[in-house]
Design a protein around this ligand. Structure first.
Ligand SMILES: [Fe+2]
Ligand SMILES: [Fe+2]
Length: 331
């Protein structure tokens, strides 16, 4: 989802009996539902996987500001503008908590930004799709933030303390985001025929990319087993995707919108909806930098970083002057 393809660097998953010493203590604590804190011993693979997961998540939050920030000046009323502004600011806050959580594992903020700006780091594929109309802002809040909640609520119980605690606050804010999106959709659907068509069009375009947010099908998720054993991934991709579809279908019915999937049907036996998988080839293309807006998003991030150089330089110079002034005079 916000970290869709995290390759766990652990080798084959070991059983508790195959472990000894620190490794065993570490795994026992996780099995008992305890938290791993920054200064605790942890396997290298756990540290590396956590850095990847948290940094991908952080990058997703700040890149996620771009498609919506694009609409702040065009929001239809002052109230909608203020709400959207608050939401986009929340996403910056989410990015900051998460960069801080990743830093506790020994990676610096500069290293993470460098990975993002050089195109080496991944972030959620969803933010590489354009927001063409105001209804898209409704669809993003309704679908994308809802998918984020489904993925992040279980992560409040994940084993790495700083990450789990960041999730608690983030999830509270995500539920506000989801409601504001649904509220926009309700307004559009109660409006003119043209407004309702815009809402349907937004759903048509955001449906499949939202399903992709949960990552590849379980059968292709080769790295999941170790992440599950370390409790840094709490549910499988397919489980969460199913949960999302089952929640969204009645919401779409309430809005009077049609989910763009001919195969969508209630399945009594599984107690959930059958649905068509999104195009996984498209997903891989977007993840590897070839989506509709990948280049634009990265260019916007790099420009923001370069434009802010004078602020960083100014702060560093000021800090250096203060340090010098604070030094006791020799003699
Ligand atoms: Fe967020
Ligand atoms: Fe959000």
């Amino acid at each position: 989802m916000y970290a869709q393809i995290v390759e766990s660097t652990g080798k084959a998953v070991k059983t508790l009996n195959e472990m000894e010493g620190e490794e065993r203590v570490f795994q026992e604590r996780i099995n008992a539902g305890g938290k791993i804190e920054p200064k605790d011993w942890m396997p290298d693979g756990y540290r590396k996987t956590m850095v990847r997961q948290i940094s991908q998540h952080a990058h997703s939050e700040i890149v996620g500001q771009l498609p919506e920030g694009n609409w702040i000046t065009r929001a239809p009323t002052l109230e909608r503008k203020a709400i959207l502004l608050a939401k986009v600011q929340d996403e910056a806050g989410h990015g900051l908590y998460l960069y801080c959580a990743a830093e506790t594992l020994g990676i610096s903020r500069d290293q993470m930004f460098d990975q993002l700006h050089s195109g080496k780091a991944k972030y959620s594929s969803i933010f590489n799709y354009p927001t063409l109309t105001w209804a898209d802002i409704g669809a993003v809040g309704w679908l994308v933030d809802q998918a984020a909640i489904m993925n992040q609520v279980p992560l409040q119980r994940s084993s790495y303390g700083p990450y789990a605690r960041a999730m608690v606050r983030i999830c509270k804010e995500e539920s506000f985001h989801q409601r504001q999106g649904f509220d926009i959709m309700m307004k559009m659907c109660e409006g003119t025929a043209a407004q309702k068509r815009m809402a349907q069009d937004a759903l048509n375009r955001f449906w499949a990319p939202s399903l992709m947010m949960f990552g590849p099908p379980d059968a292709d998720s080769v790295h999941s087993a170790q992440s599950m054993a370390w409790k840094i991934k709490m549910n499988s991709n397919d489980e969460l995707r199913q949960k999302f579809v089952d929640a969204v279908v009645p919401q779409a019915e309430f809005l009077g919108l049609t989910i763009p999937d001919e195969n969508l049907a209630w399945n009594d036996k599984k107690g959930g909806y059958d649905f068509t998988d999104p195009d996984w080839q498209e997903f891989m293309a977007v993840i590897h930098g070839n989506g509709p807006c990948n280049r634009e998003r990265l260019a916007a991030r790099v420009k923001a970083w370069d434009d802010g150089a004078w602020v960083r330089d100014g702060l560093n110079t000021h800090a250096a002057k203060k340090r010098k002034a604070a030094k006791p005079v020799a003699g």
